[in-house]
Design a protein around this ligand. Sequence first.
Ligand code: SF4
Ligand code: FES
Length: 249
Amino acid sequence: MNFRLRVWRQRNPKTRGKLVAYEATDISANTSFLEMLDVVNERLLLRGEEPIAFDSDCREGICGTCALTINGEAHGPDHPGAACELYMRKFRDGDTIIVEPFRAKPFPLVKDLVVDRSALDRIVQAGGFISARAGSAPEANSILIPKPDIDLAMEAAACIGCGACAAACPNASAMLFTAAKVSHLALLPQGDPERTTRVLKMVRAMDAEGFGNCTNTYECEAVCPAEVSASFIAKLNREYGRATMRAGE
Ligand code: SF4
Ligand code: FES
């Protein structure tokens, strides 16, 4: 297959960026999108040109590193799935494909398609953990948890922290991400002792990073590779309301 790429190139945050045209020729339909970029980069290197900078790690939809906007959609057109799970057979031969970084103010650009998403780490650092002794794995198994709670906690814990929800949202809201992190711990007895302080700290951190509010456009849910439901945002709001009352705020 042959494709025309238009790729965002930007040397660093201080310089102006622009879309640059590249040809991606003789690409197997079973090549992944990231492998296609690897092929383009190998050819650029052979010509002595600067390769396109992009992020990836696991390349199997687990780590959340491959933050790419493809033809205007966070992670591209094959939902649900991360950009690394997208294959070129999803496109038509001869297609023009526009590749851009995730765009949200709290994700400053580093280079080309690479953005700094450490704002999400700082939200987790504010409270997305259990500091009380939760015991070993066998001890955890001795704590009985209702099946519906376990299932819901697992759905929330599926979040891979990619940030597509914020990149797709017109308000650059990270509420789906924060909701997933708050909910999966709030649903489990091990997360209960810090339930009140956790949600207050994480929502404050989210606001301090400059993420916007949710206005129910559901773009986050549409692009989420882990299929985290927007209903968790309602749970986040309930958790936050409960916590502010308990904390007397
Ligand atoms: S909620 Fe979904 S889109 Fe948002 S960070 Fe988690 S996995 Fe990515
Ligand atoms: S590279 Fe890990 S999810 Fe895409």
